[in-house]
Ligand binder design. Structure first.
Ligand code: ZN
Length: 348
């Protein structure tokens, strides 16, 4: 399997994350990239290639222009306003303020474009997000041309980013950008399967009213797990999109037997709607020792995840999302990918 990677994903090196009432070093750190890349190389998964550049048009196909412009200038504006630390949102329009306007001051704009308060914007955040989306689009391009699977070693991740808000370490929604481009390339229906521990709330929002992209997400129950407010089983899409958003919320402590049964149901739904290409939001924070999650998948379970995905028989693009038990992230990601490859090899 071909991996797309760029050292420029490491340009974002945030110093602060608001977690458990403390400002700490972010879990989503550049070292994650090194650990996955190391394992890709050591395992002989396949060649590693640099991405090509795609500009912002594919981003603007799923994100609002004013949001993208905000991300592009946020850090400079923040510094120009004399702020001492990183850009951490601390104020939002509330439910009791209908019809609010977007302020001009960067502190107010930051809150307007933020879903959550843990993720800071720092130097080179926009640049890293741009490269991350180039990696996703390069992986998609390879799969579209060759029919072969590919892996985009994306960082920052993307699945929490909605059409107009960042959060949960995500700025551009890489999976949504790739799915949209697959449609523009001629596919009539694409599936996004999100197997990160956290609900892919951004991806859900972007495609909620559409039937050309089916979004299937397996995740921690939003009654108990970040990002909390979306991800329930009865969120099934709206209008034409009714039935094309499928959520499998599961309780903390979920093990592989229960999780893989939900996966099989989700895969059956993808098969049933006739999706022509699969984009996998590949988070491995379902791992039993992940520091910010609560499922109980073991490293040995991940090759079987790859095997089940391969059985779908679709051109497949894997894009890295979360996974924070830094020691094991490389092992678990590559276990999924090599399980997928091994299953394909048996079919051929
Ligand atoms: Zn996650």
């Amino acid at each position: 399997m071909l991996t797309f990677h760029s050292e420029s994903t490491k340009l974002r090196r945030a110093k602060t994350e608001l977690n458990e009432g403390l400002l700490m070093t972010p879990f989503e750190c550049p070292e994650r990239v090194d650990l996955v890349l190391e394992r890709v190389r050591a395992s002989g998964l396949g060649p590693v290639q640099a991405p090509t550049r795609f500009g912002l048009d594919p981003v603007l196909a799923v994100h609002d222009r004013d949001y993208v412009e905000f991300l592009a200038s946020c850090w400079e504006e923040w510094k120009a306003a004399g702020m001492a630390g990183e850009a951490i949102p601390n104020i939002w329009p509330s439910r009791s303020m209908p019809g609010v306007r977007i302020p001009e001051h960067i502190e107010g704009r930051l809150g307007h474009y933020a879903q959550t308060g843990e993720t800071s914007i720092c130097a080179n955040t926009f640049e890293a997000a741009e490269v991350s989306k180039d990696i996703a689009l390069s992986a998609l391009g390879h799969t579209l041309e060759s029919g072969e699977p590919s892996f985009g070693l994306c960082r920052p991740p993307g699945h929490h980013a909605s059409s107009n808000q960042f959060g949960g370490y995500c700025f551009f929604n890489n999976a949504a950008i790739a799915a949209e481009q697959a449609l523009r390339h001629g596919h009539s229906r694409v599936a996004v399967l999100d197997i990160d521990f956290h609900h892919g709330n951004g991806t859900q929002e972007i495609f909620y009213a559409r039937d050309d992209v089916i979004v299937v997400s397996l995740h921690g129950d939003p009654l108990h797990c970040f990002p909390y407010y979306l991800g329930h089983a009865d969120e099934t899409g709206s209008g034409r999109g009714e039935g094309f958003n499928v959520n499998y919320p599961m309780p903390p402590g979920t093990d592989y037997a229960r999780w893989s049964a939900a996966l099989d149901e989700g895969l059956a739904r993808i098969r049933q709607v006739g999706a022509e290409l699969l984009v996998v939001s590949l988070g491995v924070d379902t791992f039993e020792h992940d520091p910010i999650s609560s499922f109980k998948l073991r490293s040995d379970d991940y090759p079987d995840v790859g095997r089940r995905l391969a059985a779908l028989g679709l051109p497949t693009v894997f894009l890295l999302e979360g996974g924070y038990a830094v020691e094991e992230i490389g092992i678990n990601v590559v276990n999924v990918l090599s399980g997928f490859d091994a299953a394909l090899a048996r079919v051929e």
